[in-house]
Design a protein around this ligand. Structure first.
Ligand code: SAM
Length: 235
């Protein structure tokens, strides 16, 4: 492992705004931020451009970026410390464990920013908008809360639209070419590191904003989704 990574790993241990696998935090975020402001998560946050960018825009709200990679989280956490953004924090963890850190209705919005599209059909269950993950998010997203997905991947965009249709989720916004829209909000203008890389080479940013119902997302439908993925996408 590189020297820089080791230094960052050691440093985030000392950052008050980084918590690693924080099993004890369910229902405790109000105490952590010392206020009861609305809480927004950025999942697969990498360097946390959304957590930090939204934190700057909305001092009266709290933001938590979550990612597995400590050396990436370090970048966002260091920026938040330098800028004195007390409303921004980071959790180092697998997203698969996210339901261990937040209690019912503790979170008002979730941003999923340029997650790995997991392009192989056989890997589709690893996509962060697969119902397997949505069932975790349901455990802590407030009724009427939003999930935002920003991606350059047409495959992930179409997949997520199919999930929304199949599980009858409320769809609020959908575009396969965000910057062609006549007007876009300042939130949507925040650019992440991976947005700049355009790995999918689609030259387009795709965006979805949707909700999650309080009722269960039927597990039986997962096999229909799997069938659709294998019928529609190339392996
Ligand atoms: C393509 S990068 C995007 C990073 C950032 N959102 C951006 O747009 O620059 C995907 C990120 O997801 C993280 N990631 C992938 N799967 C994860 C998982 N299961 N749990 C936590 N983080 C994950 C990776 O560590 C990586 O930082």
């Amino acid at each position: 492992m590189g020297q820089k990574k080791l230094i960052r790993f050691a440093e985030i241990e000392t950052f008050a705004n980084v918590l690693q696998y924080p099993q004890h935090m369910k229902g405790q975020w109000g105490a952590f931020f010392k206020n009861e402001h609305a809480l927004t998560l950025e999942l697969a946050c990498g360097k946390g451009e959304y957590a930090v960018g939204l934190g700057r825009m909305y001092p009266q709200r709290n933001f938590i970026g979550i990612d597995l990679k400590g050396n990436r989280i370090w970048v966002g956490a260091k920026t938040a410390i330098k800028e004195n953004l007390g409303n921004v924090a980071f959790v180092r963890s697998q997203i698969d464990q996210v339901n261990n850190y937040f209690t019912a209705a503790e979170v008002s919005e979730i941003w999923i920013t340029f997650p790995d599209p997991q392009l192989r059909a056989s890997k589709h269950k690893k996509r962060l908008t697969h119902p397997k993950f949505l069932r975790l998010y349901q455990q802590f997203l407030q009724p009427g809360g939003f999930v935002h997905l920003k991606t350059d991947s047409p495959v992930l965009y179409q997949f997520t639209k199919k999930v929304i249709e199949l599980y009858d989720l409320p769809l609020h916004e959908a575009t396969d070419d965000l910057y062609k829209q006549p007007t876009i909000s300042d939130e949507l203008k925040i650019k992440t590191h991976y947005e700049g890389l355009d790995i999918a080479q689609s030259n387009r940013i795709h965006y979805l904003r949707f909700g999650l119902p309080t009722g269960e997302l039927l597990v039986e439908k997962d096999s229909l989704l799997k069938q659709w993925v294998f019928d529609t996408e190339k392996e």
